[in-house]
Design a protein around this ligand. Structure first.
Ligand SMILES: Cc1cc2nc3c(=O)[nH]c(=O)nc-3n(C[C@H](O)[C@H](O)[C@H](O)COP(=O)(O)O)c2cc1C
Length: 325
């Protein structure tokens, strides 16, 4: 069985973590990942206090396993954060702080409630900042990933972060969709993987089936880093972070119309969100990683996790040892 030290630290069986994707994770997904032995994380950015409390309660009612909640720090509402922490999620996952935000304060609040803190970074200085503030686990997220990413690739970034924050455990994120990626994460010095896109093409994911099918159809070569969704939703990510999305008619059409977007953002945002809900995949932004090219079917989460762990185990136990003579 595949097990790394971070499993004991987080109280999980397998070093496979669901990225806390705001608007794209649900109670069902979190429960399915945690019940399969990984760590389910619910993205709660944008939820009201009541919604957050109800969803945490629903997860607790459905599983005794550890789970987490995720906040995008630059969008955080201090009062909602404090209230959510009081609901005692075992793990608090945070990402994308502004440079002026004091990580210690957020981490300490979680620690005071006996929660472990996972913090996601896209470069080494941010990893050092999080380690110094007392993060329990750091996620090194490469630019291959879906959603908002920085510019370093997973292959280069993970070992750099591992070296920079030792002995803090590191999870690799960005581009991992199967056991090969998980085994590679461990080879790079990581202790597991945090995964987004692969979990979007699952039965439990709350996306329209056309959106899931677009992931399956993608060769992985047709994604790009774009500011279009942020311009439309008027989100100001730290460092001007861009999002990795599928190249589609929507992104192509709006890429060179920034002035028009800024004058009509509110209407365009409503149209973008409605089109996503309706499964009109060419009229909206679909945040997806390059690993879409490794995803061939929509599966139940339990099956994805079982196969990923099995494949990683086979690579580590059978394929790699034969190269040592
Ligand atoms: C649709 C979508 C929404 C995301 N939202 C968040 C979020 O709210 N908070 C966060 O920490 N990461 C978020 N991420 C990033 C994931 O946590 C993770 O780092 C990324 O998906 C890993 O790359 P992969 O997609 O190649 O697995 C999001 C990713 C996607 C695809």
């Amino acid at each position: 069985m595949l097990k790394t030290p971070v499993c004991d630290k987080l109280g999980i069986e397998l070093p496979i973590v669901l990225g806390g994707m705001a608007g794209a994770t649900t109670v069902d997904m979190v429960v399915a990942v945690s019940e399969a032995g990984g760590l389910g994380i619910l993205g709660v950015t944008g939820l009201t206090g009541d919604q957050t409390r109800e969803q945490i309660a629903a997860i607790k009612a459905a599983t005794n396993r550890p789970f987490g909640i995720n906040y995008l720090l630059f969008k955080i509402d201090e009062e909602l954060y404090s209230k959510a922490i009081k609901e005692c999620p075992p793990i608090v996952s945070l990402a994308w702080a502004r440079p002026d935000q004091d990580l210690d304060t957020y981490f300490q609040k979680a620690h005071d409630a006996d929660a472990k803190v996972i913090y996601m970074v896209g470069d080494v200085p941010e990893a050092v900042r999080a380690a110094e503030a007392g993060a329990d686990v750091i996620v090194a997220q490469g630019t291959e990933g879906g959603g908002h990413v920085r510019s370093m690739s997973t292959l280069a970034l993970v070992p750099m972060v591992v070296d920079a924050v030792k002995p803090c455990p590191v999870l690799a994120a960005g581009g991992i969709a199967d056991g090969r990626g998980l085994a590679a994460a461990l080879a790079l010095g990581g202790e597991g993987a945090l995964i987004g896109t692969r979990f979007l093409a699952t039965n439990e994911a709350p996306l329209h089936k056309n959106h899931k099918e677009a992931i399956v159809k993608s060769s992985g070569h047709n994604t790009e880093l774009t500011n279009v969704p942020d311009l439309i939703s008027q989100s100001n990510w730290p460092g001007g972070g861009a999002a990795r999305a599928l190249q589609n008619d929507f992104i192509n059409y709006w890429s060179d119309k920034k002035d028009f977007i800024s004058k009509n953002a509110k209407t365009l945002n409503t149209e973008m969100l409605n089109a996503r809900k309706a499964g009109e995949v060419d009229k909206t932004a679909l945040l997806v990683g390059q690993n879409a090219g490794l995803i061939d079917s929509i599966e139940p989460i339990a099956k994805v996790i079982e196969q990923m762990a099995k494949q990683a185990e086979e690579i580590i136990a059978k394929r790699l040892p034969q190269f040592i003579c």
